[in-house]
Write a protein that binds this ligand. Structure first.
Ligand code: GUN
Length: 294
């Protein structure tokens, strides 16, 4: 029997916990956690994501500030804005929505964020802490996936996990987290990527598959063994005139052929996506409580 991992429901539950905690903080004279997001340019998907983050902040009682900047701003101007937000004592967390226009150096921008406010977990200090297994901000999508595995009590110990994709945002941090020495990890991890030969040789032997390559319906039923756990991180917009927005969201997994073989699977939408935003909220709450910078 295949069990569907309900990311939407899990995310709602966590949001309610956060909202309660914020209410208590405010009742005890504390200030509301405050997230700032910088959005450069007019990329449609980025605008949607930032809008979702702003809405989620409101739902749990956080303050949020969106700084919208023109596509043609200079790197120097963006770095000045980050420095200003770093100094702003009222703002707890800062994210710069990616991707950035090509003339702006992404690494330089990420390094400019105060590690105490790095709620995306992209700063080298956060990445280093994660690598060493120290408490710190985890990137939102891997944090969300780890939370889902925990919520559904999925046994990861000693299991062979195959990760499809080696991005800094998902694949590589997932490989790191799942290989750590911990009751909630302890996996043997294989990372497959665009240069891997015969990917199916790996996926067919996997107990857990994390699909994060951004190719719609890449993982097919014949690439998966019976009883596998499949986590689908993909969200590609595919044109669809029957939908109100003109597109539908498709994951990296061909759900119809893969799901019947799985013990657990995340749907798209409603799987990993909602957990990503809630993990950002969790990080912002931790930043407001100075959990990692005392
Ligand atoms: N672009 C795609 N995913 C993310 C994310 O998690 N954070 C930021 N800042 N930009 C993104």
């Amino acid at each position: 029997m295949t069990q569907i991992i309900d990311g939407k429901r899990t995310a709602e539950k966590i949001k309610q916990q956060i909202a309660r905690e914020v209410q208590e903080m405010v009742e005890h004279g504390g200030k509301r956690p405050h997230l700032a997001a910088i959005l450069v340019g007019k990329d449609g998907a980025s605008q949607t994501y930032v809008g979702h983050k702003e809405k989620a902040c409101g739902q749990v009682g956080f303050e949020s500030t969106i700084l919208k900047l023109e596509e043609n701003i200079t790197e120097e101007y963006l770095l000045e804005q980050i420095a200003r937000i770093n100094r702003d004592k009222d703002i707890d967390g800062l994210i710069v929505q990616l991707p950035l226009p090509r003339h702006i150096n992404e690494i330089k921008v990420i390094e400019a964020i105060d590690p105490a406010k790095d709620v995306d977990g992209f700063h080298p200090v956060s990445v280093g802490k994660m690598m060493l297994g120290l408490p710190g901000f985890l990137p939102a999508t891997p944090f969300g996936i780890m939370s889902l595995l925990e919520e559904y009590e999925i046994d990861t110990r000693g299991k062979h996990c195959v990760i499809l994709g080696r991005s800094n945002i998902v694949g590589r941090p997932m490989a790191n987290l799942l290989s750590q020495k911990s009751d909630r990890a302890d996996c043997t991890v294989t990372v497959c990527h665009s240069r891997t030969l015969h990917v199916e040789d790996y996926t067919r032997r996997a107990d857990i598959i994390i699909a994060a390559i951004g190719i719609p319906e890449y993982l097919k039923g014949d690439m998966v063994k019976e009883g596998a756990v499949v986590i689908d991180v993909g969200i590609t917009r595919v044109p669809d005139s029957t939908k109100t927005g003109g597109y539908r969201l498709v994951g990296d997994v061909e759900y119809a052929t893969v799901a019947p073989k799985c013990s657990y699977i995340t749907p798209v939408p409603g799987g990993v996506g909602p957990m990503t935003i809630v993990s950002l909220l969790r990080n912002t709450l931790s930043a407001a409580k100075k959990e990692y910078s005392k």
